[in-house]
Design a protein around this ligand. Structure first.
Ligand SMILES: [Zn+2]
Length: 363
């Protein structure tokens, strides 16, 4: 990037001004949550028991599992539920719901992370059948799972004291959250991590049976970047003038539209963690990706990152950075150099390297 000195000076000045601007931004509060009901639903719906021998005390084998990855456990974690019966009332939102998102003014409610059909009647029956097991589960949860969730949340709080990840993410992306509180939930029996639109919330499993591997940078870097740029609660990147060109180039080269956003979130999970000094600087997210399109996008972000930081006039926000980099990678002059191959996106790309990367099962 050959820019003359005065442009460089202006860039630095702009960068300084922006930092001041963001430091004046109203601080987004983080509230930590956890819930035996959320964990129980992951067990009941998917028989997911992670490091806990739950099936030895609760015989769920005869019960069906749910195909669709629902946000119901996440929704429940945000409510201060006192009685199992409250689940039935909350479940009503799934009645006659055919879409992934139910729009209630003023904010969208996300019902599931995929497009698979889900039967309200099946859910209700399953929750009904699970009711008799909940007291046993809760007792086990209090003794074995709750202490681990509290331990991880304590570690997250300590990280937050050393680096306010939300403030840092806003500085790095040059974007502001449209809300003033974000919930961060620990659900030990979660598959990996996920974001919930409204109230804005981010969830994570404990990642190992000791719950001793915190990295709020990874978690917030991935899921909150989705919240910052997605079409529902963020600054919709698909409305950017360059979006159409970037999307068509990625599709033409064997990728899918959402790869662009997902690759950025994968990149940002490592970048935020590194900017907060939670992670070693020499780790590159692209080394952990198998899908060639995601890998190329991520490599492009890694290569272009210092330019982005230096030149806010060229890249006013992370969305400009994402789209310009994607276009640069997949434009004609580049395609022979990068040797494009076509692969299907694999969900394993989202959670590479075991416990080091939180990633997200859900894009
Ligand atoms: Zn994602």
């Amino acid at each position: 990037m050959n820019l003359v000195k005065y442009v460089l000076f202006i860039s630095i000045t702009l960068s300084f001004t922006k930092q001041n601007l963001y430091s004046k931004t109203k601080e987004v509060k983080i509230k930590f949550v956890y819930s035996p009901y959320a964990d129980f639903l992951y067990f009941l719906f998917y028989h997911n028991q992670r490091w806990f021998n739950l099936d030895s005390i609760i015989p769920v084998d005869s019960l069906p599992t749910i195909q669709s990855l629902l946000t119901f456990p996440e929704m429940v974690a945000l409510k201060n539920i006192k009685d199992y019966k409250e689940l039935y009332k909350l479940l009503e939102i799934y009645k006659n719901a055919t879409n992934k998102i139910v729009v209630f003014k003023p904010k969208p409610i996300l019902l599931k992370h995929d497009s698979l059909p889900v039967s309200y009647d099946t859910l209700r029956i399953l929750i009904k059948k699970g009711e008799k097991y909940f007291p046993t589960f809760k007792k086990y949860w209090k003794q074995n799972i709750k202490p681990l969730e509290e331990k991880l949340i304590d570690k997250w709080k300590k990280e937050l004291d050393s680096c306010h990840v939300i403030k840092k993410l806003q500085e790095l992306t040059r974007l502001k959250f449209s809300f003033d509180t974000i919930y961060v939930g620990c659900i030990a029996l979660h598959f990996s991590g996920s974001a919930y639109f409204y109230p804005p919330a981010i969830y994570s499993t404990i990642f190992n049976k000791e719950a001793n591997s915190p990295d709020l940078g990874l978690l917030i870097g991935h899921e909150s970047t989705h919240l910052l740029i997605n079409e529902y609660v963020g600054k919709n990147w698909k409305k950017h003038p360059l979006a159409e060109k970037a999307i068509s180039l990625v599709i033409k080269n064997g990728g899918k539209e959402y790869y662009i956003e997902e690759a950025l979130c994968l990149f940002m999970q490592v970048k935020l963690s590194q900017e907060c000094n939670f992670m070693r600087q020499n780790i590159k997210m692209s080394d952990y990706l198998k899908d060639p399109i995601l890998k190329k996008l991520c490599k492009g972000f890694e290569k272009n990152w210092e330019n982005y930081k230096k030149y806010p006039d060229k890249y006013p926000t992370i969305i400009d950075f994402m789209l310009k980099t994607a276009i640069q990678i997949f434009s004609k002059n580049y395609s022979s150099y990068i040797g494009i191959r076509r692969y299907k996106y694999s969900s394993s790309d989202s959670s590479p390297a075991g416990s080091i990367f939180t990633g997200a099962v859900v894009p």
